[in-house]
Design a protein around this ligand. Structure first.
Ligand SMILES: [Zn+2]
Length: 191
């Protein structure tokens, strides 16, 4: 396994819609292993492939560290995920993102979703998700569509976030883990 640098949210790869995975070969399996190592070393609970610079429709989630029992879910890989249904009821939850260092804010999203995806064996699966699992999957699917969570903030929150986001865009706010900045510069050591 190898740890990969995480791409800053203002890097062009993060704004581009990812391509569907057409074959689950060894390169995809290796990518998934590397993504798990990268996510765990950065203390994340979800990661989309374009966050490590690979523009493919694939994400990983692990909410097993959640202190609340019904928020917990063991590690899961979702390939070409699609939300089939979502609840009318929306809930507000605090979100952070490994591509947006040292920034978090509250976002409204549907509470429960039903998502269709392929697993690593190429089998189609359907999952109903609520709570934190639903939240992380929605956040990561947004990444695959080139959408960042701060785009979903209410307009007042967007205004308040502006200066913090500007610093992140300029590479003045850095995470503890290696990051590829918007201009392609790599920061931090890959230990
Ligand atoms: Zn994110």
């Amino acid at each position: 396994m190898a740890r990969l640098p995480i791409y800053n949210c203002y890097h062009p790869v993060m704004k581009k819609k990812t391509e569907d995975v057409t074959e689950i070969d060894d390169s995809i399996k290796k990518l998934v292993e590397d993504m798990f190592e990268t996510m765990y070393k950065a203390d994340g609970i979800g990661l989309a492939a374009n966050q490590v610079g690979i523009s493919k429709s694939l994400l990983i989630v692990d909410t097993s560290i959640s202190s609340e029992e019904n928020y917990r879910h063991p590690p899961i890989v979702l390939i070409n995920p699609e939300i089939e249904e979502e609840s009318d009821e929306e809930v507000e939850m605090n979100e952070g993102c490994l591509s947006i260092p040292k920034f978090n804010d509250k976002v409204w999203r549907p509470d429960v979703i039903q998502v269709k995806y392929y697993d690593l064996n190429g089998n189609q699966q359907t999952l109903e998700a609520g709570n934190l699992l639903s939240r992380v999957i929605q956040h990561e699917i947004d990444h695959l569509d080139g959408i960042l969570f701060f785009e979903r903030l209410t307009s007042i929150r967007k205004t308040l976030a502006k200066s913090k986001l500007k610093k992140i865009e300029k590479g003045l706010t850095l995470p503890e883990y290696p990051m590829v900045l918007p201009d392609g510069t790599l920061t931090g050591s890959n230990k």
